[in-house]
Design a binder for this molecule. Structure first.
Ligand code: UDP
Ligand code: MG
Length: 321
């Protein structure tokens, strides 16, 4: 069965016991209707609920389903990466488990792929059932990222997309740790096109992307595609020191040539101090974000650790070194 798989679907799951069965059923229906040999790879990103048990049961019933079980939570982007690493299909679809990305869009993506496109990304026309805060921050973030980078990353697209085998193989050579996959795929190039879809609300359960993870994700995206924040830091630094130098001349002049020496200078000294210290700390923070990521890369640890494979025939070791 393993040979000849045309379509692969990668589904990352993290504490998704409430949705994983339904998502399997809906995916299966769509995939069966396409009439090509397929595989669906679930990647369990260290769930602490019954997700793993449920997927294992599905695997017993259905040999088209494969399962990669991580040793712990490595994060959504890494789970997607691992799934892609072990796919065999000529086209690979990445989809969320919570049915926010409707599987029914997959045939439309396939059509575009057959027309010769290498990447068909889902473009969110509308997002249902998400908080105003999430929609606003997401929309602002995508536009901000576009301004910050030279890579043409389409706005309002997630990881729901179809990629060709060529793109998947190219992606295997990208080993960076703090990954922003949709950006990396844009960076790779190839022939890309979007299909619009309406993002549904989550089928059940709640988001696995709390604010903290969203922030890390945003920092990863910016730091892996741009060093403009560092440039900005040096511009701010230069501008501020130019200003200070001018003021220094004023102070010296007043001290040496006039009698207007400010004796009650406490407030101004404190104000200047706080202001400058604030800026210095922010700039240090920005530098720190980059250094932390350099440190992560330098350690060169494996991207993920797998506890168990299910329904894989031959497991290629050392896909990533
Ligand atoms: N996910 C994951 N690891 C994580 C967080 C999320 O594998 O650490 C999976 C999750 O199970 C889901 C997908 O990533 O299939 C998207 O997560 P979610 O729907 O919670 O994000 P949102 O749609 O709210 O941005
Ligand atoms: Mg979701």
């Amino acid at each position: 069965m393993a040979k000849g798989v045309v379509l692969s679907v990668v589904v990352p799951v993290y504490n998704e016991e409430a949705v994983v069965l339904e998502s399997y059923k809906r995916l299966k229906k769509v995939m069966d209707s396409i009439n090509e040999p397929y595989e669906i790879i679930f990647v369990n990103d260290g769930s602490r609920d019954k997700t793993s048990a449920i997927v294992n049961e599905i695997c017993v019933m259905d040999k088209n389903i494969k399962f990669i079980d991580f040793s712990r939570n490595f994060g959504h982007q890494v789970a997607v990466t691992a799934g892609m690493d072990y796919t065999e299909g000529d086209a690979i679809v990445v989809i969320d488990a919570d049915l926010q990305d409707p599987p029914e869009v997959i045939p439309k993506m396939l059509e575009k792929w057959r027309e010769g496109y290498d990447v068909v990304y889902g473009k969110r026309k509308e997002r249902k059932g998400e908080t105003f805060f999430k929609k606003l921050t997401a929309s602002m973030f995508y536009r901000f990222l576009r301004k910050m980078t030279d890579v043409d990353i389409p706005v309002d697209t997630g990881d729901f997309r179809l990629i060709d085998r060529k793109v998947c193989d190219a992606l295997k050579q990208v080993n960076e740790r703090n990954r922003y996959i949709r950006g990396i795929i844009s960076w790779l190039g190839f022939r890309q096109i979007g299909v619009e879809f309406t993002r549904d609300k989550r089928f059940a359960g709640e988001t696995k992307y709390p604010l903290k993870k969203m922030l890390k994700f945003a920092f990863d995206a910016i730091t892996s595609f741009s060093y403009k924040p560092l440039k900005l830091a040096s511009y701010v630094g230069m501008f501020m020191s130019a200003l200070s130098f001018i003021y220094l001349l004023v102070v010296l002049y007043e001290r040496l040539f006039t009698n207007r020496v400010e004796l009650q200078g406490w407030a101004s000294i404190i104000a200047v101090n706080l202001f400058f210290n604030g800026i210095v700390l922010i700039i240090l923070g920005i530098i720190g974000e980059y250094i932390g990521r350099i440190y992560d890369e330098a350690k060169g640890r494996p991207l993920y650790v797998i506890r168990q494979f299910t329904n894989f025939e031959d497991i290629k070791k050392d896909i990533r070194k």
